[in-house]
Design a protein around this ligand. Structure first.
Ligand code: C2O
Ligand code: CU
Length: 428
């Protein structure tokens, strides 16, 4: 924290080398290290600044995924940091506690930068979430779980070669950069902040003994009440906070089970039928008591459809957004500041897409006209879009207006995003 009270972080984008397996050095990229980046953490009401230094041989950017902030601080393709350059965005944290993340967003090269290892979590706190009584000791009973799949060449290097044109379906799973990850648990309850940090693969998380767990949060913060379930599906960029109970001396495996991707071509190629081990949880012989998960979580208020000023429709088809590829010099939508909108989103391709909006968290009003399921009942910034279904999203564009500098919306399957399944909106 500097003298005027700003919480300052430093991120250096760098090339490195990681030994994922003994005796093999893999060329990787990371922030402040060889692979992935540090967890950043800040509290609602704090001013933050990040000093980004790019020591890579090419330009990159750092986007704060899920963050409400001015467009010129957003870290999208209009804020690239040149090779050797620096960038210092600063903004006020003004949104509920949530599990966000950061990753590069250079025009046309996001898949490569994220795949080589550049991303990290950005956790936000607030008083209401603190008071909720969820497990919250970072690294002890509150664990970041960044899930990624990678594909290796025979000589142990990361490869982006792929069988499906949409990107890499890696055969190797990593959690926080570790293959075959194991988490030791010392408390009765453990909270996992799960981020799908993969470039293409969707996961359908559950435990090998089919134990229930409680879903307490999604992309933009806590749910109004915990949802008890055995599965949570996350497409690339989505997050879930889950609380799982452990018994002393026991273990369980967090897995990914076959997913509901909808009717797509080559479901096998997209990994829809895969079952994968993700993270082994091993409980100590003596566990510290945790208390119970509360029945009710902080209520951050809901948006009201009666306030909707504008409804827009977004169709993803032939890898285009409303018929067009991304153009850095074209503004696709103009939004009025401090208004509420409904965005109707449809995937009309026979392949997986999802939909991510910068600056805002949205609420799902309906899926094909029906109320959203519990896992889509909270604040979201990214949603899986099954082919042929219609998703009605409500959101409010608050405070930050700049007619010169757009925010993005796009598919978060990163090869699709790089290919141009993205558009730009300004808030004026
Ligand atoms: Cu996570 Cu536009 O990105
Ligand atoms: Cu897509």
């Amino acid at each position: 924290v500097d003298e005027d009270g700003t919480r300052v972080f430093r991120l250096t984008a760098q090339e490195g080398s990681t030994s994922f397996r003994d005796g093999v050095d893999t060329e990787t990229w990371g922030f402040n290290g060889d692979f992935l980046g540090p967890t950043l953490r800040a509290r609602r009401g704090e001013q933050v600044a990040v000093e980004v230094t790019n020591t890579l041989g090419e330009s990159t950017s750092v986007h704060w995924h899920g963050m409400h902030l001015p467009p010129e601080m957003d870290g999208g393709p209009h804020q690239e940091v040149a090779a050797g350059g620096t960038w210092r965005p600063t903004w006020l944290i003004d949104q509920p506690a949530a599990t966000l993340w950061y990753h590069p967003h250079p025009h046309g090269r996001t898949e490569k930068h994220v795949y080589l290892g550049m991303s990290g979590m950005f956790i936000l706190d607030d008083d209401e979430a603190d008071a909720a009584g969820l497990p919250s000791e970072y690294g002890v009973d509150d664990i970041p779980v960044i899930v990624q799949d990678k594909s290796f060449t025979e000589d142990g290097q990361l490869t982006m070669a792929s069988r499906v044109p949409s990107g890499v379906m890696g055969e190797t799973i990593m959690v926080n950069g570790t293959i075959g990850a194991v988490q030791e648990v010392s408390t009765e309850l453990v909270r996992l902040r799960v981020l799908n940090g993969s470039t293409l693969r969707t996961y359908n998380f559950g435990f090998d003994d089919d134990r229930t767990f409680q879903l307490v949060g999604t992309d933009g913060g806590l749910l109004a009440a915990p949802h008890t379930t055995t599965r949570i599906q996350l497409s690339p960029g989505e997050r879930a906070e889950i609380v799982v109970a452990m018994e002393a001396g026991s273990e369980t495996m967090l897995r990914s089970y076959p997913q509901q991707l909808g009717v797509i071509n080559d479901a096998q190629g997209y990994g829809a039928f895969d079952t994968l081990d993700i993270l082994r949880l091993v409980a100590a012989d003596d566990l510290a008591p945790s208390g119970a998960v509360p029945d009710v979580l902080p209520d951050y208020g809901r948006l009201d459809e009666a306030d909707v000023a504008t409804t827009r429709t977004f169709v993803m088809k032939n890898l285009r957004m409303n018929g067009q590829f991304m153009d850095m010099n074209r503004i696709d939508e103009v939004v009025t500041v401090d208004t509420t909108e409904v965005w109707v989103v449809r995937n009309e391709d026979p392949m997986p897409h999802n939909f991510h909006i910068h600056d805002v968290q949205f609420e799902v009003l309906s899926v094909d006209g029906a109320p959203p399921p519990p896992e889509l009942s909270g604040r979201k910034d990214t949603i899986y879009t099954e082919p042929g279904r219609e998703y009605r999203l409500i959101m409010r564009f608050e405070h930050y207006a700049n007619p010169e500098m757009p925010y993005m919306y796009h598919c978060h399957l990163l090869r699709h995003e790089d290919f141009g399944l993205m558009g730009q909106f300004v808030v004026v």
